[in-house]
Design a binder for this molecule. Structure first.
Ligand code: ATP
Ligand code: MG
Length: 311
């Protein structure tokens, strides 16, 4: 199975939201990362056949999505970023309603609901009203409704929002389990959601696909350029000038910094193994010099606020 996006363009009015996005997916997990407003949801709505793009094509095994029509939709599961639910429906009734829309028989639906509820840990909650569900439960119910028709293509727009750490791990394991024979595209702002499981990571910026590759392919250019150092607070400004501070936390003796920089940013710095978060932070901070500057200033401001700077 192969799902191919060819030069997808989306304009809203005079604004170009997606600018010739092309990539190919085969079974496995694909993680879509990018700042707010980059076009991730728009791209997923196009793939889910909710939105017709201004230009470009989506091909499933070489056949145009718009020609496949119902045949395409039958293979698709979609969790929108904001899924509307009927608050006065019980979860079970809501799922039966969606199952009917997807053309499942009552018996098929019963069986699927039973199975999926175990997977997402909602089996004892199905007779509660959707309106009484917590944020994380709603998200899990959303994942269930996307999976009802056992789709071969699964499009999940921020599926892990609101999930507690345990549910997040459960969900990640579940995706890994099902992805061997399915194409799973998921967007997230949490790098660890896809860090160890994604076959490929797609990094988007302002409507364009900036980078695409395995975690190894994306992180290897940063090898030898990621540093860890504990420094006195007053050294922060100088280090922020030398490199990109991608993480910072309080530590005994000052600040524990993670810095991306071609050379060691200070004498005490030790090299660290690059991770996806380093790639993300270094890309999105260096692209706009002002934002880099802003980050450094805000980091410094934080230290000042704590009164931590020795002068
Ligand atoms: N129907 C629409 N009409 C006009 N503009 C839209 C429409 N849908 C999205 N946009 C604009 O397209 C841009 C991309 O939005 P989109 O929701 O795809 O971003 P996103 O990457 O999913 O962001 P987030 O991480 O916040 O979910 C935004 O500037 C948004 O305002
Ligand atoms: Mg979105």
């Amino acid at each position: 199975m192969e799902l191919k996006l060819c030069g997808i363009v989306q304009d809203f009015g005079r604004k170009r939201i997606l600018d010739h996005v092309s990539f190919t997916m085969v079974p496995g997990i694909y993680g879509l990362l990018g700042p707010n407003g980059t076009g991730k949801t728009t791209l997923m709505r196009i793939l889910s056949d909710v939105l017709q793009p201004t230009g470009g094509k989506v091909l499933l095994d070489g056949m145009d999505k718009s020609e496949l029509n119902d045949q395409y939709r039958a293979q698709l599961g979609y969790l929108p970023q904001e899924l509307g639910m009927y608050n006065h429906f019980t979860a079970r009734k809501f799922l039966h309603y969606i199952a009917a829309l997807k053309g499942l028989s009552k018996e098929e639906a019963d069986e699927r609901i039973e199975d999926l509820a175990k997977t997402v840990n909602l089996e004892n909650e199905l007779d509660k009203k959707c309106g009484k569900y917590s944020g994380g439960m709603k998200r899990r119910l959303g994942i269930m409704q996307a999976m009802l028709n056992n789709p071969r293509i699964l499009i999940l727009d921020e599926p892990t929002v609101g999930l507690d750490p345990m549910e997040r791990v459960r969900f990640r394991n579940f995706l890994t389990e099902i992805a061997s024979e399915r194409i799973v595209l998921l967007s997230t702002h949490i790098v660890s959601d896809i860090d160890h499981t994604a076959k490929q990571v797609l990094l988007m910026k302002q409507g364009q696909l900036l980078r695409q590759g395995t975690i190894g392919e994306l992180t290897s250019p940063l090898r030898g350029e990621v540093w860890q150092a504990v420094v006195p607070d007053r050294q922060l400004a100088r280090i922020a000038e030398k490199g990109i501070v991608v993480n910072m936390q309080q530590a005994e003796g000052g600040l524990d910094l993670r810095v991306v920089s071609k050379e060691a940013p200070c004498d005490s710095a030790v090299a660290a193994e690059p991770c996806l978060e380093d790639v993300y932070m270094s890309i999105f901070q260096t692209m706009t010099p002002e934002s880099d500057d802003r980050l450094a200033k805000s980091a410094i401001a934080k230290v000042f606020k704590r009164g931590g700077i020795a002068r």
